[in-house]
Design a protein. Structure first.
Length: 605
């Protein structure tokens, strides 16, 4: 997406709608979950609040707003971008495999999170119905049914594109953060002593008083920072400055609201749902409007995450770490607005499955946090590595310190594994195994195909062309790169003598920049043989037909290779199944069906 710098306030409002939904809705459940497990004594309340304030500062402000967001490529951020920067810095060597593995794990954890976040956000908002007299006796099944209905509507809406409604997201989230701030301030006014918990001393004292059980509370404290990684992952949509500016307002709103909830708990230790009980206590008349606003905020949070999942998968497809999928572009001017039908419906099924499996947001919190801390730790490792190899070496020790804190949170979260945390691992393992099988399979297939070098090919080609039995018109042949001729081209031209007056080898080369499209037509590579190379960023959507017309290439037929794999290896059988399910290269690039001609090559792997 080409960025134009929005106005100062416009950028802040847009960021609130697109980036801060997830972290902005964490006050709905964070303290409720923590104090379901920890006694809400005044000392514990001060200690937990101090931990929350410092977690938000270190893991979001320092790690993402200050450090990660200073590392971008053409304004884009995220794990794949960190991988590209490292690959360029280290220029080969043994570390390449480790960098690839780290980025695969980071991407997979984020995708796994894409299932848990909408489930916990929507469920926790709907649970607020318990405080309305008319719906107070709503059963757990009723709550899940309402939450699932909201999820279904949200996912059905995806194919229409969020472009048209995204304009309303920002103002609604501004209203949400204003409501959080106001309710927090009212509660703090009743117990101003709660402000002392901003001091890190209370966090240290909490650990001293509670020992090892205090350490494991970190696995619930991290809930306040979930969604922090979106600052960096969504950087390409709006640019760095608007997101960082908006974060300072969001940070203030969150801290004030958490302190307000703490102040409320000092007096009402037996309340189950802290935020909703606080709002209900302050103004019963405003409770239903606040609840509706909460549900809207969680829908916006889920929406941002779904769009993020589509973006990550599109990056994965174009950088060849994931299989091709059918992609629809829902906006004519916003390139980031894409819709991937297969991913959308898989996500919906998994979100409803997770809702049914866990039942309550409190139970779901047991599965939440592991993926987030894993992603944060991987980001920290990669950042430290980058800073240590650039002129900004002074940032490396700071990044290392933050990474160690990430690692402490990750270790604390490991105690969630037996209580549902394993679902984080199961959900992340699906994309992870797909990436591993796909990348290894592609390499093995390329070797098994035994492509021909262009010099050897040209010897036979020239002899056949010289016979003068050419077919009128232009034939287009897709190849991975100009200098390497795939077997199907050899089969077509050399074995079957299908040779046109003009033959064009076309290849698409993805650059390691997010955007930009250029092309190069080289004529007379051989008699009646030209090459056409398209260089495109990994976030670019290419209109191949338009580029061909621009260069006076009016093809009569477009050839592409189809592999028929025979194998006894169970891993390659899975690879073959994925390959058969995914659309082929030309379907992905939306070329005219009437001109397409697939050429089958049998391959043994």
């Amino acid at each position: 997406m080409q960025k134009h710098e929005p106005s100062y306030w416009g950028g802040i409002v847009k960021s609130m709608g697109l980036v801060f939904g997830d972290i902005g809705t964490s006050p709905i459940y964070t303290l409720t979950v923590i104090f379901a497990l920890t006694k809400p004594t005044p000392d514990n309340i001060y200690g937990i609040l101090s931990l929350i304030v410092w977690t938000l500062f270190i893991l979001v402000t320092v790690e993402y707003a200050w450090l990660a967001m200073s590392l971008g490529r053409k304004g884009e951020g995220g794990t794949i971008v960190l991988k590209e920067i490292l690959v360029r810095l280290l220029k080969g060597g043994r570390a390449m495999g480790l960098i690839g593995l780290l980025s695969f794990i980071g991407v997979s954890l984020l995708l796994g999170d894409g299932v848990i976040t909408p489930a916990i956000s929507i469920l926790s908002a709907v649970e607020g119905l318990e405080l309305i007299p008319a719906t107070a006796n709503l059963s757990q099944a009723g709550v899940i049914a309402i939450a699932a209905t909201i999820a279904v509507i949200l996912f059905i809406f995806q194919s229409k594109g969020t472009d048209k409604v995204a304009g309303a997201f920002g103002p609604l989230m501004v209203l949400w953060f204003s409501a959080l701030t106001l309710s927090g301030l009212i509660a703090i006014a009743g117990h101003p002593e709660v402000l002392k918990s901003i001091s890190p001393w209370y966090a240290i004292k909490f650990f001293l008083d509670n020992g090892i059980s205090g350490f494991f509370v970190l696995s619930e404290v991290i809930l306040c920072a979930t969604g922090g990684e979106a600052l960096y992952a969504d950087m390409g949509h709006l640019g760095r400055k608007p997101i960082v500016r908006a974060w300072y307002f969001v940070f203030a709103a969150l801290v004030i609201n958490y302190l307000g909830q703490g102040a409320f708990l000092l007096e009402h230790q037996h309340e189950k749902n802290t935020l909703f009980a606080m709002i209900h206590g302050q103004s019963p008349i405003m409770y239903i409007p606040f609840l509706l606003l909460t549900i809207l905020a969680t829908v916006i949070a889920s929406q941002a995450l779904i769009s993020g999942v589509f973006s990550i998968i599109y990056q994965g497809i174009t950088t060849r770490i994931m299989p091709l999928m059918k992609v629809d572009y829902t906006s004519s001017h916003l390139k980031s607005q894409i819709y991937i039908s297969s991913v959308n419906w898989t996500l919906l099924v998994l979100v409803i499955f997770i809702m049914l499996l866990f039942g309550k947001s409190e139970n779901l919190a047991a599965a939440y946090g592991l993926a987030v801390t894993g992603t944060m730790t991987i980001t920290g490792i990669m950042m430290t590595w980058i800073f240590a190899n650039t002129t900004k070496k002074w940032k490396a020790p700071i990044a290392l310190a933050v990474t160690l804190i990430d690692a402490v949170f990750l270790v604390a979260n490991l105690n969630k594994l037996p209580h549902g945390g394993y679902w984080s691992i199961i959900l992340a393992s699906i994309p992870f195994m797909t990436i591993l099988i796909w990348t290894k399979g592609q390499r093995a297939l390329y070797k098994a195909l035994k492509p021909l070098d262009v010099e050897t090919f040209l010897l036979s080609y020239e002899q056949i062309f010289a016979k003068g039995r050419t077919i009128p018109g232009t034939g287009l042949f897709f190849t991975r790169e100009w200098a390497v001729v795939p077997p199907y081209v050899v089969h077509c031209i050399i074995r079957s003598n299908i040779i046109y007056e003009r033959n064009v080898f076309i290849s698409i080369i993805r650059t390691d920049e997010p955007f930009g499209v250029s092309h190069k037509l080289t004529e007379k590579r051989g008699s009646g043989l030209d090459s056409f190379e398209i260089f495109a960023g990994y976030m670019e959507v290419i209109d191949i037909e338009a580029l061909l017309k621009k260069n006076n290439i009016n093809e009569k037929v477009i050839f592409y290779g189809v592999e028929d794999i025979t194998t006894g290896n169970p891993i390659w059988k899975i690879f073959n199944a994925i390959k058969k399910l995914s659309p082929n290269f030309v379907q992905f690039n939306q070329l005219p069906a009437s001109k397409l001609q697939g050429v089958l090559t049998r391959v043994e792997m």
